[in-house]
Ligand binder design. Structure first.
Ligand code: AMP
Length: 573
């Protein structure tokens, strides 16, 4: 028997309309690309969304058309998020940091008909334009006065919307209609397009609004540092409007000083971003002897949350909650919300919990499977390939003919993880980064976390180096805090002191800068390239040095060998 409820589609326009009728006076603040601060209300924003929708229609954008946006987090991009999707077109956000080759590929592959961009990216767009086969119109996200001279004919956004009606008759359509798209970063192979729907986006916005998910409240002032050009800024532009929170957009100012200044000026209480952003901000405030007067919470994801960040922010009264997910999951899969009374415990007792990725959101199913495809128990020790399914998980990439799901309909995330009896997820590595040594699997995340807790280490990455006897052994690569004068061997010993012997790095190398990818994650492909001629100490002519830990591999404790690829716990965990 079918239920007797209305067939009312879950459309993104519902969020916009709710924001307008319930929180019309709430503020949206932007640090402008042109300089200065822009401030308006949800009601003002709605009017401009209507104007943008008219402008899009007038230029011929129809349902199903792809419209590209290459921009910083600003009120203008917020307007486009809603205007494009709610007329039935698809908002294709483009990550400018991926470079010209990548941008050219994704714009042509998506078949975008219009390209909106911030003035910062004008040189990139000018270089791209001759190779863009489908783009018919270019719009610069600024006003006429700030529209720079350009080789391409590009109207200013403010001119485009000026004089258009401030109301719009938003259409109804099927909730499975595509709303937005984002390409994976493509560090291996060509980027692949993930095509979100209205339904998947509304569901993600709802579940991430739960207190046990992102947990922001009406009284919060929310700053998404996570870019709107990558997985819809974790859907904050939707969930914040659903919850009626004040939104603060950082524009292009993502360095420690600019973020700190904006947080203090706008009394930001809740901010979201990847670990590298939080490390930079921490280095800035510690270097300047400052602290936060309003920031209370940060939601951190995109790569593993290091202990250094948790401890560093705790000193300033800021709580760190970790989230895990991926572009293909819209993106959030888990958050490690705190049990009641959690913050009554001393920090040393909290840390092991906070280092984990958390529990699944509603409507996210997770399982782990062995190399052979056997489903493994959720006992916190068996580790395997993490697979997911749910209404906000993709079933296929855009215009890509390969079947990507398992025969029984799950998506393999490419992550290696354990899940315990309570459903707590612990990511031990990316399957392609995990180090295979003497038949055991070593977690690079564990070693990186240990290194990052050294005060002189600003950034750390571990890669597997070939070894004739053990297949691979870990090499620790660190970037030091500016001005730090630390002995690398002392750092290596500090790391070893925290790890089981099998995980001891064979060597440490200090570099000026650890390369970061377009979404702020360590680029291990680049590091592997940088160290392709490197030889581990015990393989060099004349034998090894005291840094070699290969000998230790034989001393793995028997219980660690139990599973196919045991997660090696840090001492005391
Ligand atoms: P992306 O699709 O670019 O957002 O990258 C998704 C990948 O980032 C995941 O498959 C994980 O490997 C990694 N990732 C995201 N969040 C976390 C986290 N909290 N801890 C560890 N890895 C993470």
């Amino acid at each position: 028997m079918q239920g007797l409820m209305m067939d009312y589609p879950l459309l993104i326009k519902g969020i916009m309309q709710h924001a307008l009728r319930t929180f019309p006076e709430q503020e949206v603040v932007t640090r402008l690309v042109e300089g200065g601060i822009h401030r308006y209300t949800y009601a003002d924003s709605y009017k401009r969304m209507c104007q943008a929708a008219h402008a899009l229609q007038d230029m011929g954008v129809k349902k199903g058309d792809r419209v590209a946006v290459m921009g910083w987090n600003t009120h203008r991009q917020l307007e486009l998020y809603y205007a494009i999707s709610c007329i039935g077109a698809i908002c294709h956000t483009i990550n400018p940091r991926l470079g010209p080759e990548n941008a050219n590929y994704v714009i042509n592959h998506a078949g975008d008909s219009v390209l909106f961009y911030d003035t910062t990216f004008q040189p990139l767009v000018e270089a791209l334009a001759p190779g863009l086969k489908t783009v018919k119109k270019y719009i610069v996200l600024t006003d006429a006065a700030n529209n720079p001279k350009s080789k391409i004919k590009a109207e200013a956004y403010e001119e485009m919307i000026a004089g258009k009606p401030e109301a719009f008759d938003w259409p109804d359509f099927d909730e499975n209609t595509a709303s937005a798209m984002c390409y994976t970063s493509g560090t291996t192979g060509k980027p692949k397009g993930v095509l979100y729907s209205h339904r998947s986006t509304v569901i993600q916005a709802m579940v991430t609004s739960l207190p046990t998910s992102f947990g922001a409240e009406l009284s919060d002032v929310v700053l998404p540092v996570v870019p709107m050009f990558h997985v819809n800024a974790w859907n904050v532009p939707y969930s914040a409007l659903m919850g009626g929170m004040k939104l603060v957009f950082p524009g292009p100012g993502l360095d420690g000083a600019s973020l700190y200044e904006l947080m203090e000026a706008e009394k930001v209480t809740y901010a979201l971003g990847v670990p590298t952003v939080w490390l930079n901000l921490l280095n800035y405030i510690e270097g300047e002897g400052k602290t936060f007067s309003s920031l209370k919470y940060s939601l951190i994801g995109g790569s593993a949350l290091p202990e250094k960040i948790i401890r560093g922010y705790d000193k300033h009264g800021v709580r760190c909650r970790q989230g895990w997910g991926m572009t293909e999951m819209s993106p959030t899969g888990t958050t490690n919300f705190e049990p009641v009374g959690f913050y009554d415990q001393p920090i040393d007792e909290r840390i092991p919990y906070q280092l984990k990725q958390g529990k699944a959101l509603p409507y996210v199913d997770m399982r782990i499977v062995s190399d052979e495809g056997k489903i493994l128990p959720h006992d916190g020790s068996e580790s395997g390939h993490l697979q997911v399914r749910g209404p906000s998980v993709l079933k296929a990439y855009y215009n890509h003919d390969k079947d990507i799901l398992t025969p029984d309909g799950w998506f393999d995330t490419g992550d290696v993880a354990t899940i315990d009896e309570t459903g707590m997820l612990l990511i031990t590595d990316r399957a392609k980064d995990v180090i295979k040594s003497g038949g055991e699997w070593i977690s690079t995340i564990d070693i990186e976390n240990a290194a990052l807790s050294h005060e002189a280490v600003a950034q750390a990455a571990v890669i597997g180096m070939p070894h004739p006897k053990w297949d691979e052994r870990p090499l620790l690569i660190v970037e030091l805090v500016p001005g730090a004068d630390a002995d690398p061997q002392q750092i290596l010993q500090f790391v070893k002191d925290q790890l089981s012997k099998i995980s001891w790095p064979d060597d440490i190398q200090v570099v000026d800068e650890i390369p970061l990818g377009a979404t702020g994650k360590v680029l291990k492909t680049k590091l592997r390239e940088m160290f392709k001629d490197y030889v581990l100490p015990d393989l060099r002519e004349g034998g090894g040095t005291t840094t070699s830990a290969s000998a230790a591999v034989t001393e793995v404790e028997p219980d660690k060998k139990k599973s196919g690829f045991p997660f090696l716990r840090r001492k005391g965990k």
